[in-house]
Design a protein. Sequence first.
Length: 345
Amino acid sequence: MIRPNGQVVVDNSLLRSVASCDFRGWMRHGQGYTTREEAIAAYAGQAWHEVMADYLRAEPDERLVQKFELLYHGYSNEFIPDDPKGRWFRLRWENVDAILKEWLVQHPVRGLPFAVNKNLVEVGFQVPLSDECVCGHPEKRHRHGWCQWKAKCKCQAFVHAFVFYGRLDALVTAEHDRGLYVLDHKTTGRLTQWKIEEYRHDSQMSGYVWAARQTTGSNVIGIYISAVELSSLPNSERKCLTHGAPYSECGSLHMKSQLLVYNRTQDQLDEWHATALELARRYRKLCTDSPTLDHVPQVRTQGTFHGACIFCDFKDYCAAGRPQDSTMGTLLLHEPWVPFVAEEK
Ligand code: SF4
Ligand SMILES: [Zn+2]
Ligand SMILES: [Zn+2]
Ligand SMILES: [Zn+2]
């Protein structure tokens, strides 16, 4: 997002889409388009995060289940077709509710390997990525707000050009080393070894640790990821060999979740910072060079060169030749991006 004063606000999802494909970053985070399907995944992830915040505040399980129902049941009925073959059937409230209940049984707050400070749950942050002003000149060139750059700059008030926005699910203290860690809840369609490896290297983890160090001034060591798979639980009448009962009875026991912990070195954080700043600049250039939808033909599509299209919201739109006529409305939803919204990954 670019504010009217020229300040560029980025979060991890923006940086990630700009890194994968100019068109993806520009379309989602510049022009504000998404698809109904992606909006469903985002909404489910958001509802899960809100319930998890109350879980960390040690609210009783019944209240958490109730809250999830209030947040999500109606939405699920309205937008997710009751069709077992549908792509998002796994995100129907009935399925996610069963997963949540089993997850709560398996993860009592008192069994966590870290201590949660209730004041450090859902910690929003906005950290400047550099000391550059929107006028392009460094902060130290400004005096009493005015920019003194060669007496030519017309800037009258220093404003950070690039700000990194986000919200940490929590800052927790690990039992094993008494160190501060960021906690992040993640929902995913498949919690495979491949996905776990993706989390290990994920820029989001580095960005959150970097931001947590900047905002707290403490040596935040790493990150806990509490990952849960939101896939369809088995519920047929076939007998499950593991539990010796029909799947309709043991289905929720097949819920998959994992608590992962990763550290970040200073070197990784410095590199994250340099890359994030470069991507934020790239985003600003994309938006200023191509301000309106008329510029679709001049925005490049690197995603097709490295497999990013498979997981991209815009794959049907791109495959249709990026139309700007009435067909556009059948493929896309105009729902401008706002920072802070959780995403399913
Ligand atoms: S479908 Fe591929 S080319 Fe189109 S925006 Fe997504 S990543 Fe880019
Ligand atoms: Zn300035
Ligand atoms: Zn200036
Ligand atoms: Zn079973």
